[in-house]
Write a protein that binds this ligand. Structure first.
Ligand code: NAI
Length: 458
């Protein structure tokens, strides 16, 4: 295209992460012309600095764990250490293959990818390196980035961005923040042989989860010798050539080799011209209505930029929604509470819907069941402890499912259907769950909640 040609499209998307590229792929399927602007790489945080690389590390951590534990069940194995350069090459190989596939999809879909930093100049126009791209609709999909609470990042002090690229396993690590990123890295580094301490300001690890999961995870982490201090904030970090010292508000200090700051992710919107274009921005976030419309006609926002759960699959769902909305298909709004949440530490956490406390607040009286994985054959085989907790409205549908245990992340699909379809325990208890599987624990919990427990007490 000559430089002075008008670059006009049905949709201009700012950001090519999970939300942006899903919107682009669906929009071209629906016959729309699309330009997608990206300053880094198509695939965004999830593919390059988030979900995919961390889960590759967690898989390597599982292998280390299995190597260490093999002898306990009679298989002679030994753990001889971790070569992070090779682990990183494996991780990068996974990313590269997915990246290549994604680039192929984007290209064959006829999406115009513009490389560079985009800025909104008005509600219909994005400027990149002096070129203007105009869309009948504009979709903001610029995502999020690690928050640092004013801590200077560099050297031994890092966010997940740097922690993913470490070339050796730290001997000691302090993790500030005991939520999703904190417990996933704790799990990896502990399995790789590091001494890990987590600092969490709130009273429990994974404080947003139902307390049955927080307590169960704390028990499992204690067993794994992952140290944690809850209900205490950190106040400072100092580092030199030999190490770093983290100071807590109660005066305690902890010496360490690396410090991971995992205190949340904030919206990426500064300096992008959103407010100048008339778009409401609240503390960096772009609020939308349930149809993902911003306050400005024709401008939508998707993914982490929109207040709510920060999850790649929410971004995908938002992107698809907006493409279908623009094409006039009148899709059903995405409801955050029906979005599954999985934390891939060992043991895994998986939940969807309301916690017991949230359900009580919303529905008044509720009924719950906690099925202990101790009674599950596959859990015994895998030597994992955990629980499935199911919450229903009194004599009503299931409104929340909360799971802890090895491989329980893979069980979230069924739980998502229960909650999304507002299923009754009696309905789902009729479906037969294969024995012996971790999945069977969902069947057992449903049976118990329907008043006819098999291997547990109601
Ligand atoms: P988060 O917002 O989930 O948790 C941050 C934690 O840091 C909170 O528990 C908070 O109480 C604690 N904290 C804040 N200030 C503190 C202080 N001064 N001292 C000690 N603790 C302090 O953020 P996180 O874990 O960094 O994750 C960011 C986002 O990325 C989340 O929304 C998460 O859902 C998402 N994510 C999702 C994954 C998954 O789905 N498996 C994996 C990784 C991230």
């Amino acid at each position: 295209m000559p430089d002075d040609a008008p670059h006009s499209f049905d949709i201009v998307i700012l950001g090519a992460g999970s939300g942006g590229y899903a919107c682009a792929l669906r929009a071209v399927q629906l016959g729309k012309s699309v330009a997608m602007i990206e300053k880094a790489k198509v695939g965004g945080t999830c593919l390059h600095e988030g979900c995919i690389p961390t889960k590759a590390l967690l898989h390597a951590a599982d292998v280390a764990h299995v190597a260490r534990e093999g002898d306990s069940i009679g298989v002679h194995t030994s753990f001889d250490g971790v070569d992070m350069v090779k682990v990183n090459a494996y991780k990068q190989g996974v990313i590269d293959r997915l990246y290549k596939g994604l680039q192929g999809l984007v290209k064959s879909g006829g999406i115009t990818v513009v490389e560079g930093e985009g800025k909104l100049v008005d509600a219909k126009t994005v400027e990149v390196d002096g070129q203007r791209y105009t869309g009948t609709n504009v979709v903001l999909a610029t995502g999020s980035e690690p928050r640092t609470l004013g801590i200077e990042i560099g050297g031994r002090v890092m966010t997940s961005d740097q922690a993913l690229k470490l070339e050796e396993v730290p001997k000691r690590a302090v993790i500030i923040g005991g939520s999703v990123i904190g417990v996933e890295f704790a799990s990896v580094w502990n399995s790789f042989g590091a001494e890990v301490t987590i600092i969490e300001a709130l009273p429990t690890l994974v404080p947003l989860e139902d307390p049955v999961l927080s307590k169960g995870l704390e028990r499992a982490f204690r067993k794994r010798k992952i140290a944690f201090k809850t209900g205490v904030k950190f106040t400072g970090v100092e580092q030199n050539d030999n190490g770093a010292v983290v100071t807590l508000e109660n005066g305690d200090t902890i010496e360490t080799d690396v410090v991971l700051v995992a205190v949340g992710r904030g919206p990426r919107s500064a300096g992008m011209g959103f407010e100048e274009a008339g778009i409401t921005v609240e503390r960096g976030w772009v609020p939308t209505d349930e149809r993902l419309r911003t306050n400005v006609d024709g401008v939508y926002a998707v993914g982490d930029l929109v207040p709510g759960l920060q999850l790649a699959h929410r971004g995908f769902a938002h992107g698809i929604f907006v493409a279908e909305e623009i094409a006039g298909l009148n899709p059903r709004p995405i409801v955050d509470i029906n979005i599954p949440r999985v934390t891939y530490c060992e043991p895994e956490l998986a939940s969807v819907g309301l916690t017991e406390a949230q359900a009580k607040e919303k529905h008044g009286e509720v009924q719950t069941v906690e099925y202990n994985l101790g009674g599950n054959g596959k859990s015994q085989i895998l030597q994992t402890a955990g629980v499935v907790k199911v919450v229903r409205e009194k004599d009503g549908p299931i409104v929340g499912v909360h799971m802890l245990g090895s491989r329980m992340g893979e069980q979230i699909g069924e739980a998502t259907l229960w909650v999304g379809w507002e299923a009754y325990p009696d309905d789902v208890a009729e479906f037969i769950h294969a024995h012996p599987t971790q999945n069977e624990s969902l069947g057992e919990a449903a049976l118990a909640l329907a008043g006819k427990p098999l291997h547990s007490h109601a």
